[in-house]
Design a protein around this ligand. Structure first.
Ligand SMILES: Nc1nc2c(ncn2[C@@H]2O[C@H](COP(=O)(O)OP(=O)(O)OP(=O)(O)O)[C@@H](O)[C@H]2O)c(=O)[nH]1
Ligand SMILES: [Mg+2]
Length: 401
């Protein structure tokens, strides 16, 4: 306990630099030094104050922020923090890589479910119709969906026959390889050089868009890229406040508008702001009203069009799906894909009661790769989707894991 208190005091002294350094780190000019890319990916250590240019409208969290210049030169959404263009937004590269959780450690229910069925398949001494029934039931209950399950099993039957596989273990190995193959895709998160890149985060209410932007911000900052966050969810003031606290933590500028304001204007201003600062990336939050309401989709289309206006370039449209909603996610993905052209899925809450099979369904049925997965609420709980690790976690799980 005693050592803990000393360690905390030491950390505060180092981080705070004796009181004034925090301000210097946060506001120091860095010019247009070339950014390290693509560097090691990792989040900031929790609580570490990465260099930041806080939002003019976010409530000041420290005296450093209170002294920041006001929104004198703020654009029409009235929001971006004004700073001399010579300073790239959030351009510091001091966010150290951190430890990320492994996917296999976090997959809860998904493992237990399919694992239970596969254990039962393995326990039998041959492959017969019961084997196929168990595989079908396991995959469907794991949220893979009836159609995809049928196609997996059809292919598996063909492969098993062709290679003369008749033991349950060998069949499960075939299944493992088939699932990994189905999940193989290009998962690059694109950043175009010499452009003001925009990553648009879309998805229905509560799926984890804003949290994912925060987590993504940390990753991207750790790669040495400079970030502007755009609070495109103007339906609730609290949404922008939530993003403001992430922006502050991550060391990103924040552009926000008034409650009920035009989301397109916020995105437009964020792109202008990013371009003026030479920032690499705009992470744009959007509202998540019910996807069945046509006006949300129309609004998102507009936001996308605005974001594409030069110098803006929409490099990614990331659909955030809550993995616990199962097959419902597929319907959502179809609608968002039709409206705004989704380039990748972020599957959140895989640590919860999610069964995980939706990853297969989305990629197989819609051809949209799952690029990232959320496995918890901590900043570092966003990891690359690794198909082999994901499938191993499902297939090798002991019954009741
Ligand atoms: N367990 C777990 N919780 C998560 C994960 N991602 C987000 N959450 C939680 O889900 C809740 C909703 O997250 P938000 O980021 O506010 O979701 P949103 O999509 O922005 O929601 P709206 O702004 O209402 O549309 C929060 O409590 C998050 O902490 C995850 O990967 N795992
Ligand atoms: Mg939100």
């Amino acid at each position: 306990m005693h050592e803990l208190i000393i360690a905390i005091i030491a950390a505060v002294v180092v981080v705070g630099g004796g009181g004034g350094t925090g301000l210097v780190v946060r506001r120091r000019r860095r010019g247009q030094a070339p950014l390290r890319r693509p560097g090691p990916v990792g989040p900031a250590a929790p609580g570490r104050p990465a260099a930041t240019t806080p939002s003019a409208t976010a409530p000041p969290a420290s005296p450093a922020e209170a002294e920041a210049p006001g929104p004198g030169a703020a654009p029409s959404a009235g929001v971006a923090e004004a700073e001399p263009p010579a300073e790239a937004a959030g351009s510091a590269t001091e966010v150290p890589p951190g430890e990320r959780p492994r996917l296999g450690e976090r997959l809860g229910k998904a493992r237990a479910l399919l694992g239970g069925y596969l254990a039962s398949v393995r326990a039998r001494d041959r492959v017969d119709e019961t084997t196929w029934e168990e595989l079908e039931e396991g995959l469907i209950l794991a949220d893979v969906g009836a159609e995809v399950t049928a196609s997996i099993l059809q292919e598996l039957r063909g492969k098993a026959k062709a290679s003369g596989v008749d033991s349950p273990d060998a069949l499960i190995e075939l299944l493992r390889n088939d699932l990994v193959e189905r999940l193989s895709a290009d998962r690059t998160l694109h950043v175009e050089p010499d452009a003001t890149n925009v990553w648009l985060l879309v998805g229905v209410n509560g799926v984890g868009k804003t949290t994912t932007i925060g987590k993504l911000g940390l990753r991207v900052r750790a790669e040495g890229r400079s970030v502007v966050m755009a609070a495109g969810d103007t339906f609730r003031a609290a949404a922008a406040d939530q993003l403001a606290s992430w922006a502050d933590r991550v060391g990103a500028d924040l552009v926000r508008g008034n409650e009920g304001g035009d989301p397109g204007a916020v995105i437009f201003d964020a792109v202008q702001h990013a371009a003026a600062r030479g920032a690499d990336l705009v992470l744009a939050d959007t509202a998540g009203r019910l996807h069945t309401k046509v006006n949300l989709m129309e609004e998102l289309k507009k936001v996308r069009r605005v974001a594409e206006r030069p110098p803006g370039h929409v490099a990614e449209v990331l659909l955030v799906l809550d993995a616990t909603t199962g097959q419902n996610g597929l319907t959502q993905a179809k609608q968002f894909a039709d409206a705004v052209g989704v380039t990748g899925v972020v599957l959140t809450k895989l640590d919860g009661t999610a069964k995980g099979g939706i990853a297969l369904a989305v990629q197989t049925e819609l051809g949209i790769p799952v690029k990232l997965v959320g496995v918890g609420e901590r900043p570092e709980d966003l990891i690359d989707f690794d198909p082999a690790e994901f499938v191993d976690a499902l297939v090798d799980a002991p019954s009741g894991a």
